[in-house]
Design a binder for this molecule. Sequence first.
Ligand code: NAD
Length: 476
Amino acid sequence: MSDNSTDFTITGHWINGRTVPATGQPIPVTNPATGLVIATAPGGTPADVDAAVAVARAALAGWAATTPQHRASLITDLAAQLTTRAEEIARAVTAEIGAPISLARAAQAGLPPMVAMTTAGIAGEIAWEKEIGNSLVVREPVGVVGAITPWNFPLQQIMTKLAPALLAGNTLVLKPAELAPLTAGILAAAVAAAGIPDGVFNVVYGTGPIVGEAIAAHPGVDMVTFTGSTAVGKRISVLAAEKVKRVALELGGKSASVVLDDADLELAVGKTAETAFVNSGQVCGAWTRMIVPVSRQAEITRLLAAVAQEFTLGDPSDEATRVGPLASERQWQRVNGYIERGIAEGATLVTGGPGRVPGFETGAYIRPTVFADVDPGAAIAQEEIFGPVLCVIPYEDEEDAVRIANDSIYGLTGAVFGEPEHALAVARRLQTGQVDVNGAPFNPLAPFGGYKQSGNGREFGHLGVEEFTEVKAIQR
Ligand code: NAD
């Protein structure tokens, strides 16, 4: 499969276990490293959504009647099917969003089967039925779930919804991001090969305003699960409110990495730069504000400038590349605009900067960029940039550090670096859904989700499954 052919083209929606022609106009898919169109995806319409929802509703009773253990075994089979397609998945994501192939193999293709396996693995631990006094409290599927997902980790964002929703006995209609639709087609083939019944998982491709809104507002959709920007999350909530639907939102972030005065600075700099620059900074949970003691800012900035040099730009299909282009020309315009704004706002440019990168003019490449002396109220410190831009913000004392970290409309992730007990005490004070102390490893069973405008639900692990259940109390 080469990324300048039309091998990736998707010929129709996936409805009731087969490919169905779309009724709207095809949508081009562009490789951001070259600017070339590499495929088209179907353009859906509200009529296509109607067809998919009807099928998902018809499949619901049969699927919901199976046992969690049966569903878990099919999800395990799905993980195996995805693993056999890992290289195809990695190449598709590299072609559609420019993720470096080494990252695409490890994360874009590697994480989804891992999430499927860990979700299937907790089927026996969920309290599907529980006695509370004279009540039998049972968890049932919510029903037909509409899932709307972003482009930054396209398959992973789908899987964090699909695996728990299936385990809980729901059926789904998915609308993948129009910028990165290619892995949804591979997933549909894997779902069928795993033996998950026709109609349980359906895909309608298309744009947000047409297909996304039709799903959010559809009377036959019982729950909407959304990952994407805060602005679109608000719109979805409004549309879903008409039918008082369950809405689970995983939204934007502007997360803080707080460096205490007893921190290991090299560790703090290495870990923070990694989250800020990986996937070209297009990570919702990236730590994009590094909050540092004013007395250590110069030292930290020097270390950051050196570490940033290791994030070399390159052709994403080259195994040595650590940073590819941004996912689209539109993203480039947005991120470049913020870098120019940071300079205009008076922040100190430490490394990187605006403009096209020499030698990479045909793609959406931007340099990993670090600003220091950033005012906590500046636009680059408050707004989600969704690019490889790290803001170093100095603080006077610990109260000041906590105040700056919490001075955000967002609260998705975060980090604290320092002596472990000291760092834990500060982690408890941060208004955010996840905090890593001293770069602790990712835990696929830990709940992930946002405080404030970063969202209102949790994904992963037990809470991620319970999100897709209704609770009924039967008194006896
Ligand atoms: P986006 O909000 O523009 O789009 C996300 C999805 O919503 C896409 O499928 C899009 O087609 C659809 N959409 C757009 N307008 C819509 C509408 N009016 N109605 C219904 N659906 C609509 O976000 P994006 O640019 O794809 O992704 C980047 C954003 O996603 C960032 O803000 C990032 O922080 C966030 N994100 C959050 C998480 C998380 O777990 N919290 C994870 C990844 C990305």
